[in-house]
Design a protein around this ligand. Structure first.
Ligand code: FES
Length: 129
């Protein structure tokens, strides 16, 4: 029975690459996600702090900003123009910055390491400062 369970898990795992989130407080979360799912959805579904995703993945809020581990940045598909433009609204953008709603989980990024920033820029909050 246990063997069947492990076999089924292994079969399932074939379509469930692992994404490693490192939060601002240093905690690490290795979470398996379905191929085709945006990395942002995985974070939200698992209630990880630091990713707000106010626009729900429409690429217009920049509150899903993350920093990709330098070892992984070249393995991701290139940014589309709309991601690049929206990313301009995020704080602390650097060469490793991406919007997690625009990164789809694939087998090729199994093991991806994503650093979640401490803060996300959101216009309403910014205006209150
Ligand atoms: S969730 Fe809004 S830009 Fe990614």
């Amino acid at each position: 029975m246990i063997v069947n369970g492990l076999r089924n898990y292994a079969k399932l795992k074939g379509n469930m690459p692992t994404i490693n989130f490192i939060l601002a407080d240093g905690t690490e979360h290795a979470i398996d996600g379905e191929v085709g799912t945006p990395v942002m959805y995985l974070a939200k579904r698992n209630e990880l702090s630091g990713i707000l995703a106010e626009c729900g993945g429409m690429c217009c809020c920049a509150t899903c900003h993350v920093h990709i581990d330098p070892r992984w940045i070249s393995k991701l598909p290139k940014m589309e123009d709309d991601e690049q433009e929206t990313l301009e609204f995020a704080e602390g953008v650097d060469d490793m910055s991406r919007l997690s709603c625009q990164i789809k989980i694939t087998d090729e990024i199994d093991g991806l390491i994503v650093h979640v920033p401490e803060f996300q820029y959101f216009p309403a909050a910014k205006n209150e400062r």
